[in-house]
Design a protein around this ligand. Sequence first.
Ligand code: ADP
Ligand code: MG
Length: 243
Amino acid sequence: MIEIKNISKTFKNNKVLDGIDLTINQGDVVAIIGPSGTGKSTFLRCVDRLEKPETGTITIDGETQDLAHIHGKDLTELRKKTGMVFQNFNLFSKKTALQNVMEGLIVVKKMKKEEAERIAREQLKNVGLLDHANHYPRHMSGGQQQRVAIARALAMEPKLLLLDEPTSALDPELVGEVLDTIKKAANEGYTMLLVSHEMSFVRNVATRVIFLDGGKILEDGTPREVFGNPKNERVKEFFTKIN
Ligand code: ADP
Ligand code: MG
């Protein structure tokens, strides 16, 4: 179980997150939906501490960290337990697919090169890109790059995988292969927190959906509950607009 408590984040006068609490069970795929600019990315970034919240804690494996003050060794440990997949892939452009996947294993997990390479090849094979191991990002499609980014995140065996709109930068014909890769990881039991506009995917793969707006979680339930019978007026309105 992963417990996130009381995350608050303000940019200047803009209170984006207003004391968000979220408990995620192991193996859950939690999808965050909500209007643009509502703090979905900020929330993921606070969890991974790419962004520093004013308040907030995270408990993983019974160990609680204060996200407002975490640093040094504790921060490294947190980053080992969380993995992030970004909208724009964020691969190292001067490294091959294989080197991209190996990097964190060597630098963060202090693995020997041979061991890191073995795991990286296994992960590339899992996302169907072993034959692209020696390719550089610029020679791969967006879909392939994102699958490398997913392989890179999974290689670290994160307790929580964070995915921020992983398909929104892709041409439509490349979305499916990335969603399939995420679905496969979900079926393997990875615990995920995912921001996505792919509503049919969310319906299909998420075990839980939360709707974020105005700094608060307005809706929290199974896809069937949230899509089928939203209680909040703002949420109802959002669904009428996107349908
Ligand atoms: P979402 O991912 O839901 O579209 P974001 O988390 O990106 O929303 O942004 C939430 C709000 O916080 C927006 O109003 C955005 O302009 C603001 N914001 C995000 N990052 C920063 C930043 N680094 N500096 C100032 N404002 C920011
Ligand atoms: Mg965003």
